[in-house]
Ligand binder design. Sequence first.
Ligand SMILES: Cc1cc2nc3c(=O)[nH]c(=O)nc-3n(C[C@H](O)[C@H](O)[C@H](O)COP(=O)(O)OP(=O)(O)OC[C@H]3O[C@@H](n4cnc5c(N)ncnc54)[C@H](O)[C@@H]3O)c2cc1C
Ligand SMILES: Cc1ncc(C[n+]2csc(CCOP(=O)(O)OP(=O)(O)O)c2C)c(N)n1
Length: 570
Amino acid sequence: MKKTGAEIIWECLSREGVTHVFGYPGGAILPAYDALGKYPNIRHVLVRHEQGATHMADGYARASGRVGVAVATSGPGATNMVTGIATAMLDSSPIVCITGQVGSKLIGSDAFQEVDITGITLPITKHNYLVTRAEDIAGVIREAFEIAKSGRPGPVLIDITKDAQQSIAAFEWDKATPPPAHFRPARRAAPAEYQRALDLINYAKSPVILAGHGIILSGAVSEIREFAEKAGIPVAMTLLGIGAFPASHPLNLGMMGMHGEAWVNHAIQEADLLLAFGMRFDDRVTGNIKNYAPNAKKIHIEIDAAEVNKNVHADVALIGDLKSVLRELLPGVKQGDRAHWMSHINASKGECAVRDIQNLPDNGHLYAAHVINDLWRETGGNAVVVTDVGQHQMWEAQYYKHDCPHSLITSGGLGTMGFALPAAIGAKFARPDGEVWVVVGDGGFQMTMAELATIAQENLNIKVAIINNGYLGMVRQWQEFFYGRRYEATPLLNPDFEILTKAYGLHAMTVTERDEVVPAVRRAREHRGTVVVNFCVEQEDSVFPMVPAGASLHEMIRRPSPLVETASDA
Ligand SMILES: Cc1cc2nc3c(=O)[nH]c(=O)nc-3n(C[C@H](O)[C@H](O)[C@H](O)COP(=O)(O)OP(=O)(O)OC[C@H]3O[C@@H](n4cnc5c(N)ncnc54)[C@H](O)[C@@H]3O)c2cc1C
Ligand SMILES: Cc1ncc(C[n+]2csc(CCOP(=O)(O)OP(=O)(O)O)c2C)c(N)n1
């Protein structure tokens, strides 16, 4: 069957099961757009900025576990995708980005809107391609999907010249099948390694499971639960692991790391064994590596061999897909009673109670933590929450209790401000029946708020909580703690978010008092369309605890006691 390269693109996407693409047209991708009308089963979402398209594809992937797709033109369209591609790369999110490229004969001539996007994205993609012939498109697209979703997932970029889109080639789907073994190297730990791991697990007195994003990517949620319950081992979560193990489970300790719960970090520092399940010992997780968990042996279960011994030495490494490794380990795991260890950890929570929201006096002030805690209660913990980056992101991790995987979507590794609003659009398309909430700072919201127009055009129902503290809050916090409260370039003069939202034809409210939070959340939930709620919170509140950069995990800055709520109270 003969088809144009442009038709082959959509034909292949359709056969890969793609139902939504997020994109923005331009000259070099115009042949592809011209053919799009022949494929009504693919819904194209017109974004307002190509960065938004990549975050939407990413949000779609994280909410669904499927590959997200973004499309852009050459030159500035392609370079606008760079931040979104890097965001997906750092968090192992499977997306495929398709860019138009100038005609193959013009390549290298500094043609209009020509950039070497494969060169630019080489270090931030799992793989990328420049395609100059229509007959190569099908094979490349099939391979790209396989690479994006297999092993450790990640972004793949396909740059297709305009003439490749325009010319005609034979379309043979079956002949374009990629060789599977090529992408799934059959690496497996030796049986002796499994036995060493089991010996460490079965004899450990004070072990902690470090539950990471790999659990969600591997679909190993039930295996991890079975493992933890059988062995009686408490579970600490990375930011991206949140949802992999129910927050309400008695063995769930909460988040570890820079803004993790104090008792979690202490437990890690005291542990005699760490079981790292699908996590990569990011520096936000370990603090100063020299003093990290000094008494603990480490077992690292990881699909990407390059992550083993990268940051933390592993005494035993089991390379492979977490789900299958855990299945192999489970029969050898002995029923464990670690009640003594658990009660020791629980006892250490007492001194941390001052940071508990319930103990903050209701003095009329509105705190971000209250907003998020109320949001959690009102939604029954069942929303898909998409956060941006900053203080509000950490408060979300601390105060919204996630029981299910794929329910917290956040940029961890790159920490990309502007991620939340577009990622939530992708998540909403992936989970149309789900309740999707954006939790975003007043700074990050302004980075991609143009996507409100996409929300309006697509008639979406997304709820947005702006945690408006009038500052680039997380940076202000660092200035408060480490730069003598010199607030250079962090105070924000904001637009009236209510009027701004209404200009897009969407609903909006402003909340300034604590007792208005619950009614506002209820009204937002009752409304059948998008609502933006502008929560004007305390301006100089800080996220506690905090492990300062370079400090050891147990050297946390704690909320001052007697209670000092914000810097302005001090
Ligand atoms: C402002 C800010 C503050 C932050 N503070 C904290 C903090 O206090 N605490 C915290 O935890 N994080 C924090 N983070 C996030 C942090 O930077 C990292 O993004 C996060 O810790 C990474 O979690 P992870 O290792 O579980 O996930 P990823 O970085 O996604 O790594 C997942 C790992 O799992 C592996 N994997 C993937 N698939 C499989 C599979 N099938 N089987 C086995 N392994 C697999 C991957 O190869 C990878 O090594 C913060 C981020 C920001 C922006
Ligand atoms: C694109 C980008 N630029 C800069 C930063 C550095 N940064 C991290 S948090 C932060 C402040 C975020 O402020 P806001 O969005 O208002 O959220 P808040 O911290 O107040 O909750 C900044 C500037 C970043 N993470 N991403």
